[in-house]
Design a protein around this ligand. Structure first.
Ligand code: MSP
Length: 533
């Protein structure tokens, strides 16, 4: 290992491990798209990144789904998993590890981890009574339930009464350590509203929770009592640890935790907040392990105001969406139009309008007509002047000089909508600028240098915008760079971070004079609005 490797910053992040009770829907794709944007941004910064995703395959919910199709659970999981992998390919997700909780190495890690908690005296046998939501795989308080004993999240599902012997984890023992954690690391749970939710929940006093089930075959046996099966959430959270194992490493906790632990960022939806913000840190405390750095909680995608979900049967098919509109379009809509952390509704008309306005018109047409003007007014495919000719008062340069830092902060805060919006402001300002400056008139008046300055400022703005949007729309950004004569493929991340690092390409003034330009071609085809009959 050389010095550069040693000082290189690493960044490990996770999506949740998705249940495989059905093929993925847009809700599950949402976190993965966001995670991919963060990973791509971190790679632009030159960091070594590990993006972990995968599937959560045990438990009653999966067992029942398999049974309903007359299949063995493993066979059922093996059939569903490829639909996740192929969707991630379709959506252009560059993940590094795909963790399956049915993997044999995972069982070894789970056993070792269980043993640590057992040795710490944190696991005991007790009686579990309560209402269980199989869709959440979680016990619910009576007061949380809707009329007819329905789950507040899976509103069409009734919870089931359970009264059985289970092993329990001493969560209550970690009450004060957790309180201290939230106090000393206020950024541990973001956004603030979710942190407050956890603070209020924990202030009511934590109860121990059961980590085993009886009468359930589909799961790992409890190491100290194989009549019991480990609770699906106990094994699922540890999937994050198993994912850290190098492919050929012997599965031990020490090997798994050797390189990337602690994880820098867990991305989750709001329904699985307590598991990640309370149970998971307490389990890690008990095992004597350092905690992940940060947890970011996003909202729900709704359709007609209802949470989209497999259990509710109101999902939106992401495969169809990508086939109709392309991966960049889908990524752009969900990240630009919905504030990460808040709920957001999907609406096809809005979807089409946003893409047409931002990508086809504002960005695409601007590039196209400006490149054509260079051909027409500058006698060739080469930009004749460089950044030095543009003074700092130029309105586009003035925005461009600040934009990189602003967008960096937005990505770091996971404010993807702000990163996109700030960049789009430059694009819109460029459209306004070219219309006001009217290079076609300047040309007629013989003001050649002015024409060139206008065209340079606009093309440099488009380049900067493409760079800053590349974590979200890598294909379109690559096409723009291509047409600007800069042969960078943003899907080739390692090369990109070497030849076009954030430190230089997120700055204004990268295009040089004598820059050979490519052939103008539409980068995003306008979508026709479906007709309402
Ligand atoms: N298997 C657990 C996670 C275990 S992590 C160790 C699980 N799986 S899930 O498939 O049901 O949900 C995975 C993620 O998808 C959650 O973060 C959840 O919030 C998210 N979404 C599921 N439906 C969603 C929407 N309609 N909208 C946005 N995200 C939603 O929970």
């Amino acid at each position: 290992m050389n010095l550069v490797d040693k000082i290189e910053k690493t960044f490990a992040l996770t999506t949740p491990l998705y249940y495989v009770n059905d093929v993925p829907h847009v809700g599950s794709a949402y976190t993965t798209m966001a995670a991919d944007v963060v990973a791509r941004f971190q790679r632009l910064l030159g960091h070594r990144v590990l993006l972990i995703t995968g599937t959560d395959e045990h438990g009653q919910k999966i067992q029942r789904s398999a049974e309903s199709l007359g299949k063995a659970p493993q066979e059922f999981c093996d059939e569903i998993v490829p639909s996740f992998i192929s969707l991630w390919q379709l959506l252009n997700i560059q993940y590094d590890r795909f963790s399956r909780t049915t993997a044999s190495e995972h069982e070894v890690i789970v056993k070792e981890f269980f043993q640590r908690l057992w040795d710490a005296g944190d696991i005991y046998l007790g009686q579990q009574q309560g209402w269980y939501c199989v869709s959440c795989e979680e016990f619910k308080e009576e007061r949380e339930l809707l009329e007819g004993h329905r789950c507040p999240i899976h509103t069409n599902k009734e919870v089931e009464w359970r009264d059985e012997q289970n092993y329990f984890f001493c969560l209550s023992k970690y009450q004060s350590q957790l309180e201290e954690l939230y106090k000393s690391q206020p950024d541990f749970i973001q956004p603030e509203t979710r942190r407050n939710e956890v603070l209020s929940f924990i202030s009511q006093g934590l109860q121990d929770f059961s980590i085993s089930r009886v009468n359930l075959e589909w799961g790992f046996p409890v190491p100290v009592d194989p009549q019991h099966t480990l609770y699906v959430w106990f094994d699922a959270l540890l999937g994050y640890v198993t994912a850290l194992l190098e492919p050929d490493a012997e599965p031990t906790l020490t090997n798994a935790l050797g390189n990337w632990w602690p994880i820098n960022l867990h991305l989750i939806g709001k329904d699985i907040l307590r598991f990640h913000a309370i149970s998971w840190p307490a389990m890690l405390f008990s095992a004597g392990l350092p905690l992940p750095e940060r947890l970011f909680v996003h909202g729900f995608l709704t359709k007609d105001g209802q949470k989209m979900g497999k259990s509710q049967g109101n999902t939106l098919d992401p495969v169809g969406l990508v086939h109709s509109y392309g991966s960049d379009a889908v990524r752009y809509y969900f990240l630009k139009e919905i504030e990460f952390g808040k709920d957001g509704d999907f609406n096809e008309v809005r979807f089409i309008n946003v893409l047409n306005a931002d990508l086809a018109n504002d960005l695409g047409n601007l590039l196209n007509r400006t490149l054509n003007m260079v051909k027409k007014y500058c006698a060739g495919d080469v930009l004749p002047i460089a950044n030095e000719a543009i003074n700092d008062e130029n309105p586009l340069k003035a925005i461009g000089l600040r934009l990189g830092e602003q967008v960096k902060q937005a990505y770091e805060a996971l404010a993807f909508n702000q990163a996109c919006e700030a960049t789009l402001l430059l694009v819109r300002a460029s459209n306004k600028f070219i219309d006001e400056q009217a290079p076609w008139s300047l040309y007629k008046q013989g003001q050649q240098q002015e024409v060139e300055k206008v065209l340079y400022a606009v093309l440099e703005s488009v380049r900067l915008a493409a760079y800053l949007l590349s974590p979200v729309i890598p294909n379109i950004s690559s096409a723009i760079y291509q047409q600007l004569g800069l042969g960078i493929d943003f899907n080739d991340q390692i090369k990109t971070s070497m030849v076009a690092p954030f430190a230089t390409h997120a700055q204004w003034g990268v295009l040089t004079s004598q820059q050979p330009l490519g052939k103008p071609q539409p980068i995003f085809k306008r979508i026709e609005t479906p007709k309402n009959d």
